[in-house]
Design a protein around this ligand. Structure first.
Ligand code: SAH
Ligand code: SF4
Length: 378
């Protein structure tokens, strides 16, 4: 029997494993605490578990995060890990500290099958779904290595409080095309015995998988970001090919349904700003009509170019004007700002050296950076 990676087991799955080993299911709580709260990587250190259980676990299970290929810190304190997920596949996790929160952006697939025109991950194809252990492993690795890094001096206590306060599923891949692995990962992020994050502080970003948006509302509602990018089907069909399967009318209806169980009372729409493609005043007006009275916020993302891209970034002035139009219609609108760009190129080169299909090299400097409030003249 292959050893099972405990990073991939949510509470229920851990209980089942323990039962299959002839153990009491309530031990799952202790195990989760050791693994996710304390960052234990071996069973020997789990001092309040019976030796017999520790021995059984050593024989059947392991705790293993993806291997670190590289780790960089930018002058603005953004940190990036390039992680090996087997074969030639590598994914990236990005840590973005801010005064009031600390966000980790994680990946859910190696590559992506959606193939959006402006996304180099999509352009470079789909390799495979990440397993739950590989998704949770990004958080486990970042959280516990950040805590250890905070322990200054030999023998200093490792920081006990949580470092990461927010998680966004906005790295590589379409999370709702890897639904069965993503949902248990979300459950562990929310579990008080694991990471204990609030549902409002875990955001899943999707290109618009309508049936899975409905399932998520039932199975594990978290904050939802929808990558909109166009106000009408004709344009969105060309930018986000998934639109041909789930057109805007269906997507907007799914957003409304989601709000009934969502932890936040609005949907975030992401909108990549493409010069001369989707950035005119007419597009802004059409967007205002499209969303109507749906409670939402817009996050405008200046396009990050990559070699071979067929689109360009809108000029800053155009982005400001577009944002002002949405804001004037009463829609809270932010523009994403650049963070961590000084290390992005280096990370990207490494990603390219590992496997071109990761596309990490080419996503550009700021696609995951934090939004800044738009200042519109009163
Ligand atoms: N697949 C999901 C989540 C990952 S992509 C989704 O599409 O929502 C996270 C965000 O980055 C999406 O809003 C996506 O549109 C945006 N993005 C992708 N490529 C980009 C680029 N080259 N420049 C700016 N934003 C980009
Ligand atoms: Fe996939 Fe999102 Fe990139 Fe589109 S933008 S190709 S859905 S990762």
């Amino acid at each position: 029997m292959n050893a099972v990676n405990l990073l991939g087991l949510d509470g229920q799955a851990l209980e089942q494993l323990l039962q299959s080993l002839g153990e009491r299911p309530f031990r799952a709580r202790q195990l989760k605490r050791w693994i996710h709260r304390h960052g234990a990587a071996d069973f020997e250190s789990m001092s309040d578990l019976a030796r017999s259980l520790r021995e059984k676990l050593s024989g059947h299970a392991l705790i293993a995060a993806p291997g670190v290929i590289s780790h960089r810190t930018a002058p603005d304190a953004t940190q990036k890990w390039l992680l090996s997920v087997g074969g030639k596949d590598a994914v990236e996790a990005v840590y973005i500290p801010e005064p009031d929160r600390a966000t980790l952006c994680i990946s859910t697939q190696a590559g992506c099958a959606v193939n959006c025109v402006f996304c180099s991950t999509g352009k470079q194809g789909f390799s495979r779904n990440l397993a739950t252990a590989e998704i949770v492993g990004q958080l486990w690795l970042a959280e516990h290595s950040l805590r250890r890094a905070d322990a200054v001096g030999v023998g200093a206590p490792v920081r006990a409080e949580r470092v990461i306060s927010n998680v966004v599923l906005m790295g590589m891949g379409e999370p709702l095309q890897n639904y069965d692995a993503v949902v248990p990962a979300l459950r562990l992020m929310l579990d008080d015995d694991a990471y204990g994050l609030s549902r409002r502080r875990v955001t899943l970003s999707t290109a618009g998988m309508v049936p899975q948006i409905d399932r998520l509302a039932q199975d594990c509602p978290v904050a939802l970001a929808v990558s909109l990018h166009a106000p009408d089907d004709a344009l969105r069909d060309t930018l986000v090919p998934l639109n041909r399967k789930y057109p805007l009318r269906e997507l907007m209806a799914a957003c409304r349904r989601y709000l009934r169980s969502a932890p936040r009372d609005f949907i975030t729409f992401e909108y990549v700003m493409l010069d001369g493609v989707n950035d005119s005043d007419a597009h802004a007006r059409a967007l205002v009509r499209l969303v109507g009275d749906l409670p939402c916020k817009f996050n405008l993302i200046p396009f990050n170019p990559f070699p071979g891209a067929t689109v360009r970034r809108s000029p800053p002035q155009r982005i400001q004007e577009f944002a002002a139009r949405l804001a004037a219609a009463g829609i809270v609108t932010t523009i994403r700002r650049t963070r961590g760009d000084q290390i992005e190129a280096a990370c990207g080169q490494l990603a390219g050296a590992v496997d071109d299909r990761t596309g990490i090299a080419d996503r550009g400097p700021d696609h995951r950076a934090r939004p800044v409030p738009l200042r519109v003249a009163p």
